[in-house]
Design a protein around this ligand. Structure first.
Ligand SMILES: C[S@@+](CC[C@H](N)C(=O)[O-])C[C@H]1O[C@@H](n2cnc3c(N)ncnc32)[C@H](O)[C@@H]1O
Length: 311
């Protein structure tokens, strides 16, 4: 399927007056990226990288109260924090997208591949504790059971700009591939609410995927393909609940963190060489918003930001 066909399907599903999420999920299960059983291992590996950065910043996950922004359909990341020994994980989402069938299949995969999972997390938590947590996962048979055993709480629908958690409820707030799907002004609200929610010394870690997500399934385009479209044309593909990507680049996020009153502790980036070559060689004209900006900055397709409340 080409990316434009996918965009058409997303727009069609989103335009239905009701039942749009169920239909989109059905199509993804039948024909799309969800037709295969979930593989949580890549996400767990990413979580180990996040744990390494948190530990380096003096806040390893073990024993911490953790909040996730933007759960989505799966619990891979909250489960990673459970395995890392978090005291609790509260995960919030504006939409109740969580799917028990996918979550339980992911749990089965984690249990079946416990040696690999143990290798990811062994540097950050004691082996006997990790083994006990994995044993506990092996015994769960339903979503409520899982949430109880892992001390994960799911809150949806909940807007992360406006939560009812008391001040200083958490030691760590994180998100994984969420901030690229949210408009700038809403992100500002999330990071300001985060300052209220973090206890003194608490830390935020947001991992942002700046790539054109249509390129994840269509190799004919690169991760920077969407930078060619003026806002009006792009909004035709993008302005719906299933596709929205803000196309913000690194300097936009730098401004965001400053405006939200966060001090940045770590700014880790990933660059895409195919996209950078395309921009350098002028393979396509850039939208006016991106013209004149350095190729290496436009081709930065991932950012992980660790921050805390400015004094
Ligand atoms: C790409 S999905 C989540 C992906 C998930 N973290 C993962 O790794 O699979 C982004 C999620 O952010 C949620 N979201 C968007 N705006 C939000 C807000 N203001 N508060 C909480 N969640 C929000 C969306 O409903 C969506 O489920």
């Amino acid at each position: 399927m080409t990316w434009k066909q996918k965009a058409l399907i997303q727009r069609g599903c989103a335009s239905l007056p009701f039942g749009n999420e169920e239909l989109y999920y059905f199509l993804q299960r039948k024909f799309g990226s969800l037709r295969h059983d979930p593989d949580p291992l890549p996400n767990l590996r990413e979580a180990a990288g996040i744990a390494a950065d948190l530990a380096k910043a003096g806040t390893p996950p073990e024993g911490r109260r953790v909040m996730e922004v933007g759960t989505g359909r799966r619990l891979d990341m909250p489960l990673a924090f459970y395995l890392l020994g978090a005291a609790s994980v509260d995960t919030v989402d504006l939409h109740a997208y969580l799917k028990a069938e996918i979550v339980l299949k992911a749990v089965a995969a984690i249990v079946a591949r416990r040696d690999e999972v143990t290798a990811y997390f062994a540097p950050y938590t004691a082996a006997p504790d990790l083994a006990r947590r994995l044993d506990r996962l092996a015994g769960v048979s339903s979503l409520p059971d899982l949430l109880r055993e892992t001390r994960i709480s799911y809150h949806a629908p909940t807007d992360a700009t406006r939560t009812t958690f008391p001040d200083a409820s958490f030691d760590i707030q994180f998100s994984y591939t969420v901030f690229e799907h949210i408009p700038y002004d809403v992100l500002l609200g999330i990071l300001r609410e985060c300052r209220r929610l973090l206890a003194p010394g608490g830390i935020a870690c947001h991992h942002i995927d700046l790539s054109d997500h249509f390129a994840h399934d269509d190799p004919s385009i690169s991760f920077v393909n969407f930078l060619r479209f003026e806002e009006k044309e792009w909004s035709g593909y993008n302005d719906n609940q299933f596709a929205y990507h803000n196309r913000l680049r690194e300097p936009d996020f730098e401004r965001l963190y400053k405006e939200a009153g966060h001090d940045v502790l770590e700014w880790r980036t990933w660059r895409d060489s195919r996209g950078e070559n395309e921009i350098r060689s002028g393979a396509f004209p850039l939208a006016s918003r991106y013209r004149g900006l350095p190729a290496e900055m436009l081709a930065t397709v991932g950012v992980r930001v660790l921050s805390r409340s400015a004094a």
